[in-house]
Design a protein around this ligand. Structure first.
Ligand code: PXP
Length: 242
């Protein structure tokens, strides 16, 4: 279907359950295959510095067995750059990372480190890894992102997801403006963080959005309905957006 939004399924929290017991199950590779069969267009994982969920071995196993593209979220560190250059995911999404945070708390400040981000984009894209930059929906960040040579931005939808009523409408407006600007500047537009089946449609309907990355809510729904139905249900919902 023309204009179909790609659904990236983030399976970090399958690994969270496994790591809670330090055992070998549930398998993230199995989860990825189920998600693929249920309609995931790509699989996303975040290899964090503290390895609280996804492990290096998971990333390698996914790289070898996935049918759909692998999107690896990474902090801007030399360690991660080394790993990503070896693993060669289809996409690398540069994200900020703080040890003490529960989840990624804000977008990467591209404007403040444009030179470093440009260098990292160049080394990744030179070996065929496409780069997206996880940013807050601010014009300054979008313009700085376009100047780095990255292929895409992923707009941080966390503030939208955490707000209600008028404040949420205001956030949606910011996302709409950021999406339009990014598309005008030639960037692919992705979005994600905090999206659920209850709040995803207004974001999916924004002009320019091509891909959504969703994790926590899909895995939470999977507890009650199974992973296949959780992913398939999100796919059906996104297909009503356009
Ligand atoms: N996009 C990025 C860049 C993220 O860091 C995360 C969380 O790992 C997500 C999307 C998915 O967020 P959530 O788990 O809240 O759906």
């Amino acid at each position: 279907m023309h204009n179909r939004i790609r659904l990236g399924v983030n399976i970090d929290h399958v690994a969270t359950v496994r790591q809670a017991r330090g055992v070998s199950y549930p398998s993230v590779v199995h989860a990825a295959h189920m998600a693929e069969l249920a309609g995931a267009d790509l699989i996303t994982v975040h290899l964090r510095e503290d390895r609280r969920h996804i492990q290096d071995t998971d990333v390698r196993a996914l790289r070898e067995s996935l049918q759909v593209p692998l999107n690896l979220e990474m902090a801007l560190t030399d360690e991660m750059l080394d790993i990503v250059l070896k693993v060669k995911p289809d996409w690398a999404c540069l994200v900020p990372e703080k040890r003490e945070e529960l989840t990624t708390e804000g977008g990467l400040d591209i404007a403040a480190q444009q030179q470093r981000v440009s260098e990292v984009c160049a080394s990744l894209q030179q070996v065929g890894i496409k780069v997206s930059l996880f940013v807050d929906p601010q014009a300054e960040q979008i313009q700085a992102s376009a100047a780095t040579g990255a292929r895409a931005v992923e707009l941080h939808t966390g503030t939208y997801a955490n707000s209600v009523k008028q404040a949420q409408q205001h956030e949606l407006q910011r996302l709409a403006e950021a999406s339009r600007l990014a598309a005008e500047l030639g960037l692919q537009v992705h979005a994600g963080h905090g999206l659920t089946r209850h709040n995803v449609l207004p974001v999916a309907q924004l002009e320019g959005i091509e891909e959504l990355n969703i994790g926590h809510a899909l895995i939470a729904d999977a507890i009650f309905m199974g992973l296949a139905e959780s992913v398939a249900g999100m796919r059906r919902l996104l297909d009503t957006a356009r």
